[in-house]
Write a protein that binds this ligand. Sequence first.
Ligand SMILES: N=CN[C@@H](CCC(=O)O)C(=O)O
Ligand SMILES: [Zn+2]
Length: 422
Amino acid sequence: MPTLIKNANEVITLKGNGQGPRTKEAMKEIGIIENGSVLVNQDRIVAIGTLEELQKEYPELIADSEVIDATGKVVMPGLVDCHTHLVHGGTRENEFNMRLNGSTYMEIMNAGGGIHSTTRSTRQASFEELYEKTYNHLNEFLKYGITTVEAKSGYGLDWENEKKQLEVAKKLQETHAVDIVSTFMGAHAVPAEYKGREDEFVEIVINEMLPKVAEEQLAEFNDVFCEKGVFTPEQSRRILEAGKQYGLTPKIHADEIEPYEGAEMAAEVGAISAEHLLVASDEGIQRMAEAGTIAVLLPGTAFFLRAPFARGRLMVDEGVPVAISTDFNPGSSPTISLPFIMNLACMNMGLTLEEVLTATTMNAACAINRGDQIGSLEEGKKADILVLNVANYKQLQYYYGMNHTHLVMKNGRVVVKDGVLQ
Ligand SMILES: N=CN[C@@H](CCC(=O)O)C(=O)O
Ligand SMILES: [Zn+2]
């Protein structure tokens, strides 16, 4: 049955010029239609405009439609969370307390905690336990209006457990309403059993894991944590180049804690995105702008690690396409609230209300190679649509720390109504 979402105060289309990532001034163009309506048929958007315009063009479809009244509300595309460590075992609230008492993230990791702690919990968890835990997390994502999530592996760190994480994501893609896009991140840390034999582990990632990921079609992207004490730029480059041979698009955790020329490398290897970038250099930012590398910024991580925020304002001004994401993971950003993260991007990175909307819809979709299907309200795109309990888009961040989601439509089906899962 077709659906008509009618008479919203504002329909924020995010329709820009083409389906690529937006930069500079284009990040501010969010395409507002006042008193707007959206017509949906099956899983696709048919048309967007005023009710009069739609009635003139599609009288029969509208006559058959179920109607959702959006009077007084804002309608926009579903949010895209383009960087998460979705599937994981355990929690790390004790480390949070250790950090509040003065330990650093890397000290905890080097002492066998951090990523190693979650690796132990993830290895111990069964497929079913991970599936159920992640299913519940995806329900929470939906309630915040997030309709697509990127999911990285990287808490298995051996083939059996990397595969388990990736297969949990694959099954959830089939069973849960939220769309999941998978990234292989076997090079998230050197596992404890390879301490002192780091290069050997790099060879295993390259020669044993990457071919299997490709053969079993378990991921589209290949990511690496390029950081002092984790993987060197040389090791990272080899892993990313090897992934390219298997058709896996490079992504990179770059310049998060110490400057390591990760942004520069992302541009050089043709990565679709460089992520974190808290301490990226001027040169690296320049190179990313020239190469069109998307900066996936994760202000929740800076907030939670009490680290300096990435220079988002400068990046936008220099012409880097910027996306914003939660980085949902049990260590450095245990939150699902992308709206809160958007607020941090405004308050601590200097992004504008319009820029954060672009950064969590169209640019985030492009960071996972889905710019042609989601990220904006346009004819023919997936009907992933939010109806929000605010009178205009500026209120989304003005009333901060709140969940404004009234209704979520995923693939043309209402999955959240009055804030409640259907
Ligand atoms: N920095 C590396 N990886 C994750 C954190 C992983 C963890 O601490 O469990 C991140 O993106 O923040
Ligand atoms: Zn991450």
